[in-house]
Design a binder for this molecule. Structure first.
Ligand SMILES: [Zn+2]
Length: 271
């Protein structure tokens, strides 16, 4: 069923369900994070401020317009809704936005390391690269604008010293992108600790770009044709492929840290 065909109540139930999955997977705790869905050109549904997104009920979901005016709720949306509005206003193809603080990808955001190491085929095909938006105080216009700038060419963004935002054509795809970002961050960390990180050759990357293009990822994005592929020169002359140096492998693997990370990942998967 396309997102357009769903009733408002069904969209609210989706938001409740995805909030619970984010909470269960510990991508958010307490009152963290926020989710939204575009209903049409002018209106969205969004999670309320402060409440735990793992324990919401459909009547707590807020309807608002794309300038942030609440249309029909006694609840207030999160002050971080500005980032969502900026993403919807920047890209008409975006129909859902999710923001969370998954611990390992947020760790990369705290370390100032974008997830643009081209080391996993699926990530190159699905995302290209995952950039890092500079730090601004939460809930500010500056933060919203800097994230919106990144989503012109990316469907997932790390936010420095804060967390992760993903966008997509529907809420479940957008949530799955968040899962993929956290998984990719975990794999990157393990490869780093193992002391060896092999990147793709230019030929292998070309093949992956071809698959990405063929799959139509991003084709609805109005900025699509202007977006550089990872591994090519960006507008400021930076070669994204070489940014993997930022997370150069450990020369001597720290086995204790590795075991610790793997143990945590396994334990959290079993919860
Ligand atoms: Zn946040």
């Amino acid at each position: 069923m396309s997102s357009n065909a769903k009733t408002i109540h069904q969209h609210k139930i989706d938001i409740v369900n995805v909030g619970k999955m984010m909470y269960d997977r510990r991508f958010i705790i307490a009152g963290d994070g926020n989710l939204s869905v575009r209903l049409d050109d002018d209106t969205i549904l969004a999670t309320p401020t402060a409440l735990c997104k793992g324990m919401l009920s459909p009547d707590q979901i807020v309807k608002l317009d794309l300038t942030g005016n609440v249309l029909d709720s006694e609840y207030k949306p999160s002050s971080e809704i500005k980032m969502h509005l900026a993403a919807y206003n920047t890209r008409p193809d975006v129909r859902a936005v999710v923001h969370a603080h998954p611990p390992i990808s947020t760790g990369f955001a705290v370390a100032g390391i974008p997830l643009d190491q081209l080391i996993l085929a699926e990530m190159v095909v699905n995302f290209g690269a995952i950039p890092l938006a500079p730090y601004y105080s939460p809930s500010t216009e500056e933060l919203a604008e800097s994230v919106a700038e990144k989503v012109k060419c990316h469907d997932a963004v790390l936010m420095a010293n804060h967390g992760v935002m993903t966008i997509g054509p529907d809420l479940y795809t957008t949530y799955h992108r968040l899962e993929m970002v956290e998984q990719f961050a975990t794999i990157s960390l393990v490869a780093h600790l193992l002391g060896k990180m092999q990147t793709f050759s230019p030929e292998q990357l070309r093949d992956l770009y071809a698959i990405r293009e063929k799959s139509g990822v991003g084709a609805q994005n109005p900025y699509h044709t202007k977006c550089p592929f990872p591994g090519k020169q960006t507008a400021n002359g930076q070669n994204i492929h070489n940014i993997s140096e930022k997370i150069a492998p450990n020369s001597s693997p720290d086995i204790e840290s590795l075991v610790d990370v793997i143990t945590r990942v396994v334990i959290s998967a079993l919860r």
